[in-house]
Design a protein around this ligand. Structure first.
Ligand code: ADP
Ligand code: MG
Length: 561
């Protein structure tokens, strides 16, 4: 399925999808949307974090409920308050063009307020098991006529010890409902629970085909943009037996990097779209028979390339999309072997890493660019080892031995070794003795996505650059804006970076928030054309000094003239 239009979702929902900016369904969505729309069976869906599971159930469920009846028709259970809010927010965005009401009930917030919201009526309740159970016990929530029960991150809910609450909640739901269980893994207790509560559930698993191979070690190093080429050389140098594809983004870059490698003495060549078929075949054959150790290629040119035993996939730059990353890195670690996928990253690209980690389903390991000393030592000992294995091939050295021994005369074994080694290594040493450190500090270990999401609460934090910019946004308490909603909005607009959010101040018609100044440009771009419940959003850096604002206005006036 290529587009959402082919799924059969309601037009109002298709409209919101377009407004949000989703272009095509993710693999899990491709399967679950038509299933939920058309089947009366239960569903067990398994897919990793970050694969779009909220929309995978949210879109078709919204399409099937009756927006004109205020009875609770769907309950979504989710393990944490943060996820609850995130799901609620996502569902509200999907339902932006429908008169659907969605209420979140979760612990750690006023139960009275949530009761009031439930009393007003809604079609969908999203809640944590503890609070939902509580609401049922207080007769504030009636699940006896729901049509759909969604268990999101069911594995997490069980891990967090919500089994009893879940059992109790499920007991309150009618036989006739459909249950959709979403989980990243399928531990035995989930299977047991599914067996107990679900009727002939259909299983949909989206797994290995769009996630990275398990035997790949995903690594990255961080260097300044002008040092990327030198970092590449060091990676090649410290791996004398490297057999690798280096991926570049453009033909020009591909050719340039290959030319530099060749002139620096590497067995390298390039593969890109400007080559004729005959030239391509030639390069490919040389690479296959290992006359070439390094093939520099564009994504397109390397498509369909089947070479086994590659030791390294090197991303000279991260690709534009995560799928390409998976395609690239999947070229190593084939046939049960292991391999390394290493990205040479500039500090500016760091923010994109979590995206790729999610797609690969693996945490990337930070590998410093090898130092000159490390490379030198590695080469030296590699050479020593290769000397032990060396044999004359097809000629006889013995006949020269007497003469050679005479010429070495009184030199000791140590002296001879030193001389041999210096002959080979004087050049390397000249290259590497003053080799600078190519690493750029990354500000400590990055956190996993999960930690990050838990971090994104409303408490002020000081992270990143340490400098905060204050913004105004054209939403306030009159728009029912709360700090949580504002954080969700910011997060939604900036899914690919971790933005530290500082103080939030909600006024009736507008609000203030602070974010890490290093993301100013990105943030302002991200809010360009953003909407909340159909209303265009505007953010503006807040300038304390009214004079500055005046000057800016004047300046703008001048520019117009
Ligand atoms: P999961 O529940 O599987 O961890 P989410 O539902 O939280 O994943 O979605 C992860 C991210 O992907 C969210 O930022 C969401 O907005 C985005 N997303 C979901 N579906 C699509 C899509 N079809 N196209 C683009 N982005 C999507
Ligand atoms: Mg989810």
């Amino acid at each position: 399925m290529q587009t959402f239009y082919e799924t059969g979702l309601k037009p109002e929902i298709l409209e919101s999808i377009a407004q949000i900016g989703f272009v095509k369904p993710t693999p899990i969505q491709t399967q679950t949307i038509p299933f939920i729309l058309n089947s009366d069976k239960d569903l067990i869906a398994m897919a990793q974090t970050g694969t779009g599971k909220t929309a995978a159930f949210g879109l078709p469920v919204l399409s099937r409920i009756d927006p004109y009846s205020d009875n609770v028709q769907t309950i979504v259970l989710s393990p944490t308050r943060e996820l609850c809010l995130q799901i609620t927010d996502d569902l509200k965005a999907f339902a932006a063009n429908l008169p659907v009401k969605i209420v979140a009930v979760y612990g750690g917030a006023s139960i009275v307020q949530q009761m009031k919201e439930l009393k007003r009526g809604c079609q969908i309740v999203v809640g944590t098991p503890g609070r939902v159970h509580d609401m049922i016990n207080r007769n504030k929530l009636d699940l006896s006529s729901i049509s759909f029960l969604v268990l999101d991150e069911a594995d997490e809910m069980l891990k967090m010890g919500f089994k009893d609450e879940m059992d109790a909640i499920l007991d309150q739901t009618p036989e006739s409902k459909q249950t959709f269980l979403f989980s990243a893994t399928m531990p035995t207790d989930i299977a047991r629970m599914a067996g107990k509560y679900m009727k002939k559930a259909e299983k949909i698993t989206v797994g290995p085909e769009n996630t990275a191979h398990k035997n790949i070690s995903h690594e990255y190093c961080v260097t300044a943009p002008p040092n990327c080429y030198q970092a590449l050389r060091r990676i090649a140098d410290i791996n004398p037996d490297i057999y690798s594809i280096v991926f570049c983004r453009t033909r020009i870059e591909t050719k340039e990097i290959a030319d530099r490698l060749i002139s620096d003495g590497y067995n390298a060549d390039s593969l890109h779209g400007d080559l004729s078929q005959a030239q391509r075949d030639l390069v490919m054959n040389r690479f296959r028979n290992r006359s070439l150790q390094i093939l520099v290629a564009t994504d397109v040119a390397a498509r369909g390339l089947d070479v086994d035993d590659l030791t390294h996939i090197i991303h000279y730059h991260l690709p534009d999309d995560q799928e390409s990353y998976i395609h690239r890195s999947g070229r190593t670690a084939r046939a049960g072997k292991s391999g390394i996928s290493i990205a040479i990253i500039t500090p500016g690209e760091m923010r994109r890493l979590p995206f790729f980690e999610r797609q690969a389903g693996a945490k990337f390991i930070h590998r410093p660019v090898p130092s000159g000393k490390e490379v030198f030592e590695k080469r030296l000992f590699n050479f020593v080892d290769s000397i032990s294995d060396a044999q004359p091939k097809g000629y006889d050295l013995d006949i020269y031995m007497t003469e050679m021994m005479n010429r070495f005369g009184s030199l000791s074994k140590e002296e001879i070794i030193k001389k041999f080694m210096s002959l080979e290594f004087n050049r390397y040493h000249a290259d590497y003795q003053k080799a600078p450190d190519l690493n750029v500090a990354t500000g400590g270990e990055r956190k996993q996505r999960k930690d990050r999401e838990r971090d994104r609460d409303s408490s002020p934090r000081r992270a990143g650059s340490g400098q905060f910019t204050r913004y105004t946004i054209n939403l306030g308490s009159k728009n029912k804006l709360k700090p949580d909603t504002l954080i969700s909005i910011i997060n939604r607009q900036t899914p690919d970076i971790k933005i530290a959010i500082g103080k939030i101040d909600i006024q009736p018609k507008f609000s203030y928030f602070e974010t890490d100044s290093q993301h100013d440009k990105h943030l302002q771009q991200a809010f360009n054309k953003a909407k909340y419940k159909g209303q265009p959003l505007m953010i503006q850096p807040f300038m304390k000094d009214a004079n500055k604002r005046k000057k800016k206005r004047e300046q703008a006036g001048k520019n117009k003239k």
